[in-house]
Structures are given as C-alpha cells and as structure tokens.
Design a protein around this ligand. Sequence first.
Ligand code: ZN
Length: 170
Amino acid sequence: MAQPHTIVFSSALDEPPERLLAERTALTGCPWHDVRAMLRQVGLRPTRQRMALGWILFGKGDRHVTAEFLYEEANKAKVPVSLATIYNTLHQFTQAGLLRQVGVDGSKAYFDTNASDHHHFFVEDESALVDIPATEAVIDKLPTPPPGYKIARVDIIVRLKREDEPDRGG
Ligand SMILES: [Zn+2]
C-alpha cells in the first residue's frame, strides 16, 4: 500500500543545521516573526502581502477558510489586497505545503491551515468543515490504482446534516 504523502516543511530538511538552529531560535512566539520564518523555510520570499495574509491565516490556530472568507478578514484587518491576490497567495502557500486544499464541491475550495494528513466532516447546512480526529477514520482497504499510478493521498469528506432533517429524495 502506498504511504500517504505528507509535506511538513520538507524543504527545511535541505538546509544546513546552523541555519535551521538560527531560525528556530528566531521564533519568539510572536506570530509576525513566526510567519516570516515559516515563509523562509518553504522558500517563499516574505513580501508584505504574504506576511499580512500569513499572519491572518495562521495566527488563529488550525482552521479552514475559503478565499472569500480570507478576503473579508483581510478587509477587516485593513490589509489592502485584491481577491485575485488572495487566490494566488493561497495557491502559493498550498504548493509550498503550508496549506492543504480541501475540495468540498465544485464551486468552493477550502484551505486548511493544518497541512498534515487528516479527514473532514462537512456540515452541509452551515458549509462548515470540521476535522475528524485521527483515531476515528479507519480505511480498511484502499483500491488498487491502475498500472503506472500510485495513490498520492486520500481525502475523506463525511457529509453531515441535522438528525431532524429529512433525507433528500425520500
Ligand atoms: Zn482540517
């Protein structure tokens, strides 16, 4: 069985240990400094916009945001940024392994500030993604991929609705 692929600041492994140590001691607990170190570790230049958006994104713990939601938060924080820049930045962060994209339906992508392998509940009425505890989701057997392919990763989305809600389509 193919191992799920997890990117956790993997580019930092290529760095000389002296530099890593220096960066680690630079983590002062201040989110602003953490964001700068985090961007440098994945090889992204800490531009003002990346710093501001990274600070908004990662300063509040693990969560799931859409581009539109981040746009609103940036506006509230008086960060002058276009929706197009938000999309670009989210995709750059995702490619660098800082975020994980979770597709719920065709129209909406969620970005998870917890980039490790994990699965989700999706509360349909509230359009809310909730992490499934690692101990809960068990995959007994993965399908065999076609010849020439291997499994890159497995995303499970368990859709939820309220107990008192009728089943759709009878
Ligand atoms: Zn999550």
